[in-house]
Ligand binder design. Structure first.
Ligand code: G1P
Length: 324
């Protein structure tokens, strides 16, 4: 089986962090978003994992080649014309093969082995409260009967979560090719969902597969809630003299903590230096330096230096101080 991971997007909603890193390499609970995806993929022992890269693609290539031993290949997406186009160029020189597609900026907690055995063709789905934001599936008689990309008036709340399986990749390749040649777009993009809808119209039966966990990393708030979820799984850090650690907390290698209160729900990436600070519900990037600060619900990038102003106060009754 081959795996294709489209990972060319810009991650606009996560600026400023995506100004220096592609979204799949943002850090959550001690790992990158991409690592959460690739670790279970490795267990499937794929014949090839092909990445579609674009924005800061060299960084993705370097990360994958440094950390994973599977056979990886990289296709550069020259134009951001949509997910359908990304897969079209990824499949151009691929001979017919079983294929799994996973979107490179989502974290899924699900049994992928079970997924690829669910049916000859299968789609990862999950009920969502806001179906207008997603590709939406309707079911009939145990199979997917209709697919519509981001409908204004959704007929179901079952969203495509970015996990697809094809027993034969040629059927998808052909529909994508027809779509690209016809120039048909939906919402201005060549959509994978449109190619899948045509496969269904031609008689392909997609088995719906509801995933257990799907973690959005699309904006700061959802990154922090995903961080909270994955921190529950990290071991309790060792005690640190003169500091208080309130689990769950992830402490990376070479982190230094001095006279601080850290946690709950804090990720400190490798090399971070924290002094005289109180940090909760935050992600602190690699080699960042935080001194004399009170931080909450924050994402601090790599190599950031934050130094607060110390206040020495002698104040009386009923005082209120706010802001920083
Ligand atoms: C893409 C797909 C959409 C799917 C979504 C999942 O949309 O086109 O069908 O529901 O991923 O995240 P995008 O998020 O790229 O707009």
């Amino acid at each position: 089986m081959k795996v294709i991971i489209p990972a060319a997007g810009v991650g606009t909603r996560l600026k400023p962090h995506t100004l220096t890193l592609p979204k799949p390499l943002l850090h959550i609970g001690g790992k990158t978003i991409l690592d959460y995806l690739l670790e279970p993929v490795t267990e499937l022992d794929p014949e090839e994992v092909r990445f579609v890269i674009g924005y800061k693609g060299d960084m993705i290539k370097e990360h994958v080649e440094k950390n994973y031993s599977f056979n990886s290949t990289f296709v550069v997406q020259d134009e951001l014309l949509g997910l359908g186009y990304a897969l079209h160029i990824a499949l151009r020189d691929v001979a017919n093969t079983p294929l799994m597609v996973l979107l490179g900026d989502t974290i899924i907690e699900s049994d992928l082995k079970k997924f690829i055995r669910a049916g000859k063709y299968a789609l990862g789905l999950r009920q969502v409260p806001d179906p207008q934001r997603f590709g939406i599936a309707e079911l009939d008689d145990g199979y997917v009967s209709h697919l519509i990309e981001k409908p204004k008036e959704p007929k179901s709340n079952l969203a495509l979560i970015g996990l697809y399986y094809f027993e034969e990749s040629d059927s998808l390749k052909l529909e994508l090719q027809k779509l690209v040649e016809s120039g048909k777009t939906t919402r201005g993009e060549i959509q994978l969902t449109d190619a899948l809808a045509r496969m269904i119209a031609n008689g392909t039966k997609f088995t719906p597969f509801e995933v257990e966990g799907w973690f959005d990393c699309g904006k700061k708030e959802t990154m922090l809630s995903t961080n909270r979820h994955f921190l529950k799984k990290v071991p309790v850090p060792e005690r640190i003299q003169d500091s208080v650690i309130i689990p769950p907390v992830y402490v990376g290698d070479d982190v230094s903590i001095e006279k601080s209160v850290i946690g709950p729900n804090v990720s400190l990436a490798r090399g971070a230096v924290i002094k005289h600070s109180i940090i909760s519900d935050s992600i602190i990037g690699r080699d960042a330096r935080v001194e004399d600060m009170v931080i909450q619900e924050s994402i601090v990038g790599r190599e950031v230096v934050l130094k607060g102003r110390k206040k020495i106060l002698n104040i009386g009754d009923s005082t209120e101080i706010s802001g920083c």
